[in-house]
Write a protein of this length. Structure first.
Length: 584
């Protein structure tokens, strides 16, 4: 199970070809749409904004012109009633007449003239002559009028061409509640009495001037009088921020306040007409375009997804076939692959077929070599007869020497048997320092007997390193080198030092007082190119160097320091390890 965990991890950590393919196909389809949409949005937004602003400004201007015309029409009609000599004279005579019958005739004539003027001016509504201060201030009117009329309670709009204009306000006609504009102008009559002509616009003129239909969206109209005060607001639920902006006044023809657009038309007559449009209504066309773009984006997304799945299916079938061929290889390595008729995948399968052929050839070659190796093992086993025969023969010589009292021969053969047993035995490649010292001591004693004790042998070992694990034959090549290259005319001396270095390392040093070694010879010793290395055990310093690098890599130090006429020092510094650590 532990061996399967990395494979599972790699399976889920790796990128899925299907997800990657879907991502890139969708990206390729949506990215152009997004870029085009962004560029189009920035362009269309400017176009829509300018078009809507221009449309609102044009509609607002048209309404303002209609309102100006209504004011001018009231001005013209009021001048007819206030300045026309015939009507004014008849009204003046009426005021001065005392006979009831005559006064009744004059009233009928004046009413006829008022009705005639109203008939010829269809934009006029209520028309009346007002005499303030009287119990019944309405002197003449074409319609039934509020008998308690008082112009002071009406909202003043402007003072224009010598007359006062009011509105918009509810009509003074008793039988209606329509909104109208009105005008009051003084009439010059004889005597001390003050007489005014009061005119109202037609009952439906105000509604025909301010219309929502001309804008194509919901618009709130606001009228500001000559004094800058708001006299009319079509929607009383307008936010306070908009009301404050209108009351404070603003010089711009277009201004944005909170979530509203304010468009202003300043009239030459002194009043202002303001159209208030919410941003949601203002951007309604843009929102409609965005909704269409969103539908297009969703459609493109669905199309890209379906296209990616279709492409995936076209790729998945050949991939599955390749996977089947890989699985079949474990069952039958010799069967030929089946191609997919897709050029790219067939190229892979063709390489896979070549790989199968190569693998089969390699397996056959390995099988042949294993067979040869078995034969070599048999020959190697047969070749071990001679060493074992030599070992047994030496044991026989040892016992004969003991039986004949030849102690020196017995000692020499005993040492030789121990050395051969250590070198030819089946021990592990990793031994302790104590075992290596024992084998090396037997070898040194054997050499001293051979050289008739011409050199001294001194061993300095710290007790804490005896159980440290080291590779076999680590010390013997060093002392062998000291014997063959360190012998001198004077009494030879070989000193072996083994001691700890710090908490984790160990030092092994072999010193001799021989004639020294030249640098060229040291290089040959390390490379293995030295005929003298074939003496003794036949193991050279190059073996030690290779073995140290194999077991310790860069954690070891191996130095040969020599001075001609003084001697040679071979130093090794290695980590302290146990046998278990080598096994790991």
């Amino acid at each position: 199970m532990l061996a399967q965990q990395p494979a599972l991890h790699n399976r889920f950590a790796a990128r899925s070809l299907r997800r990657t393919l879907i991502f890139y196909v969708m990206l390729g389809c949506l990215l152009p749409l997004v870029l085009v949409g962004f560029l189009t949005y920035s362009s269309i937004y400017a176009i829509f904004s300018n078009k809507i602003q221009s449309g609102i400004s044009a509609s607002l201007g048209q309404e303002a012109v209609n309102l100006e015309n209504a004011i001018n029409n009231l001005d013209f009609a009021s001048k007819q009633f206030a300045l026309d000599g015939q009507i004014v004279d008849e009204v003046s005579d009426f005021l001065q007449e005392r006979q009831i019958s005559r006064k009744s005739q004059m009233m009928t004539a004046i009413d006829q003239k008022i009705n005639l003027v109203n008939f010829t001016n269809p934009y006029l509504g209520l028309t009346a002559y007002i005499m303030p201060g009287e119990e019944n201030p309405v002197l003449f009117s074409n319609l039934a009028m509020n008998p308690n009329f008082d112009s002071k309670v009406l909202p003043l709009f402007i003072h224009y061409n010598g007359a006062d204009y009011y509105g918009p306000h509810q009509t003074q006609y008793n039988s209606s509640n329509n909104m109208v504009f009105s005008e009051q102008r003084i009439v010059r009559v004889g005597g001390e009495q003050k007489l005014y002509i009061y005119l109202e616009t037609n009952y439906n003129l105000f509604r025909s001037i301010l219309q929502q239909q001309t804008y194509g969206m919901k618009v709130t109209h606001v009228l500001v009088n000559e004094q800058g005060s708001m006299t009319y607001m079509e929607d009383e639920s307008m936010p306070m921020q908009v009301r404050k902006a209108v009351d404070a006044g603003f010089p711009e023809l277009h201004k944005e306040v909170a979530d509203y657009h304010l468009f202003r038309y300043p009239s030459a007559q002194g009043w202002q007409l303001i159209a208030v449009v919410s941003k949601s209504a203002f951007n309604s066309e843009m929102y409609a375009w965005l909704s269409k773009m969103l539908v297009l984006a969703c459609s493109t997304l669905v199309f890209a997804l379906l296209l990616a799945l279709f492409i995936w299916k076209q790729i998945y079938r050949p991939l599955r076939k390749v996977n089947v061929e890989i699985v079949r290889m474990a069952e039958n390595r010799t069967s030929p692959v089946s191609f997919t008729n897709v050029e790219e995948f067939d190229f892979v399968l063709n390489n896979f077929q070549n790989m199968k052929t190569t693998v089969n050839d390699l397996i056959a070659e390995v099988a042949y070599k294993e067979k040869q190796k078995g034969q070599f093992e048999i020959e190697k086993l047969l070749s071990q007869i001679n060493p074992h025969f030599l070992h047994n023969t030496l044991n026989t010589v040892q016992w004969l020497a003991r039986m004949n009292g030849q102690k020196e021969i017995d000692k020499l053969v005993t040492l030789l048997v121990k050395v051969l047993h250590y070198n030819l035995g089946k021990q592990s490649l990793i031994v302790t320092v104590n075992e290596e010292i024992e084998a090396m001591t037997n070898y040194m004693e054997l050499q001293r007997i051979r050289y008739d004790y011409e050199f001294e042998f001194q061993l300095k070992v710290a007790g804490g390193v005896l159980q440290v694990a080291v590779p076999r034959f680590l010390l013997q090549p060093l002392v062998e080198n000291a014997i063959y290259h360190g012998m001198s005319d004077r009494t030879g001396r070989i000193v072996i030092t083994i001691e700890p270095v710090g908490d984790t390392e160990m030092l092994l040093r072999v010193e001799d007082n021989g004639s020294g070694i030249e640098p060229e010879t040291i290089a040959k010793l390390l490379s293995g190119d030295d005929s003298k290395a074939k003496r003794g055990l036949g193991i050279g310093l190059s073996y030690v160097n290779r073995m140290l690098r194999q077991f310790y890599n860069e954690q070891m130090q191996f130095r040969i320091e020599s001075e001609l006429g003084q001697g040679t020092v071979v130093t090794i510094v290695i980590p302290r390890k146990t046998k278990e650590e080598f096994d790991d």
